[in-house]
Design a protein around this ligand. Structure first.
Ligand code: 3PG
Length: 393
């Protein structure tokens, strides 16, 4: 794939696909991270003499015009982050979009309305892609976090214009390549979360790629059950036991060591501050549930992390959203952060919950790379081809 460095942008109108699908409450942006992350690309295009026209989706309006999902709500936050005027066009194609682009002064950024207001967007409709492409000279995709969607503005348009990756897309792809593509070994993957059933493809792919697979959260309970350990009232998918055993067998054949909790924090209620105790993994009382990994597990993980060169993380190790069941996630995250800071480990993390957990632990800032992607990060870790990236090849 090409980058901005390979493109001549002087005097060109640059259709730039970004992901500014940011959390919002009552029309106000509550986390501007994704907006801040596109700033380098926009500034770079401007510095090269290009006119920036932003294409983006917001939420899931399903092909209809839904005023609450208008990108107009993001206009001010965008202008603030970019430090320039942002002109908003009430459609992403046609005369309305063209007029806004033509009227914009050099240095202005044009923000086009939600691409998903058109039913053709999610169908990767050729006519819609053509109508978008007609508005510009070149296409830059900076939306790694939407690259798992084969949509008109992510994939279709890339075949119609000279196309390149933006700076964020470039950084995301390089980080993932260093973590799973051609990593320095040993490589550790930390995978947590509630259910094995939602991460089957992920686990199946990872065991053949990494040297150590740490399984945490509710998923670990399913693996414990599969190995004959009773977990009381814990969240566990008992019908997935055979699948978990198959993953363990595949890991063994591939020389990947699976790490499950050695000790666990159990409670009788799922609420913040619930009375709890730490027990050996095979001693969960029948009327209790596992809500976190214990300190012996964390100590063992620190040993694994210390021996590793590369780490990739998706999913918390316990019920991190309620205290004190965030302890193992916090301690493990801080250990990774410290090893990364001292130059001993390359660490990459992604996924909505994961980034929230690492932020809560105060560890995210020291990771080598934190992806802005949720679903796209997961699909990439699953070894799937991302249509938005493939279209840039
Ligand atoms: C995301 O928030 O992960 C991306 O913007 C993709 O959104 P989607 O899941 O609605 O396609």
């Amino acid at each position: 794939w090409k980058t901005l460095d390979d493109m001549d942008l002087a005097g060109k109108t640059v259709l730039t696909r970004v992901d500014i699908n940011v959390p919002m409450e009552n029309g106000v942006v509550t986390d501007a991270t994704r907006i801040e992350k596109i700033v380098p690309t926009v500034k770079d295009i401007q510095a090269r003499g290009g006119k920036v026209v932003l294409l983006a989706h917001f939420d899931r309006p399903k092909g209809k015009v839904v005023p609450e999902m208008s990108l107009g709500h993001v206009q001010d936050a965008l202008a603030q982050a970019l430090g320039c005027k942002v002109v908003f066009a009430a459609d992403c194609v046609g005369d309305v979009a063209k007029a806004a682009i033509d009227a914009a002064s050099p240095g202005d950024v044009v923000l086009l309305e939600n691409t998903r207001f058109h039913a053709g967007e999610e169908k990767n409709d050729a006519d819609l892609a053509k109508a978008m492409a007609a508005l510009g000279d070149v296409f830059v995709n900076d939306a790694f976090s939407a690259a798992h969607r084969a949509h008109a503005s992510t994939a279709g348009i890339a075949h119609l214009l000279p196309a390149a990756a933006g700076r964020l897309m470039e950084a995301e792809l390089r980080a993932l390549e260093s973590a799973l593509g051609k990593p320095v070994r040993p490589v550790v993957a930390v995978v947590g979360g509630a259910k094995v059933s939602t991460k089957l493809d992920l686990l199946g792919n990872l065991v053949s790629k990494v040297d150590h697979l740490v399984i945490g959260g509710g998923m670990a309970n399913t693996f414990l059950v599969a190995g004959g350990t009773e977990v009381g009232k814990s969240l566990a998918e008992r019908d997935m036991a055979d699948t978990a055993r198959a993953i363990m067998a595949k890991a063994e054949a591939a020389g990947c060591i699976i790490h499950l909790p050695l000790d666990v924090v159990v409670a009788r209620e799922f609420r913040a501050g619930a009375a709890n105790e730490t027990v050996a993994v095979d001693a969960c009382p029948a009327d209790a549930m596992i809500l976190d990994a214990g300190p012996a597990t964390v100590a063992a993980l620190e040993g694994v992390f210390t021996g590793a060169k590369t780490l990739i993380w998706n999913g918390p190790l316990g019920a991190f959203e309620i205290e004190p069941f965030d302890a193992a996630t916090n301690a493990a995250a801080r250990s990774v952060a410290a090893l990364t800071k001292s130059g001993k480990l390359v660490s990459v993390a992604g996924g909505g919950d994961t980034v929230a957990a690492l932020n809560k632990a105060g560890a995210a800032g020291d990771f080598s790379f934190i992806s802005t992607a949720g679903g796209a990060f997961l699909e990439w870790m699953e070894g799937k081809e991302l249509p938005g990236v493939a279209a840039l090849m």
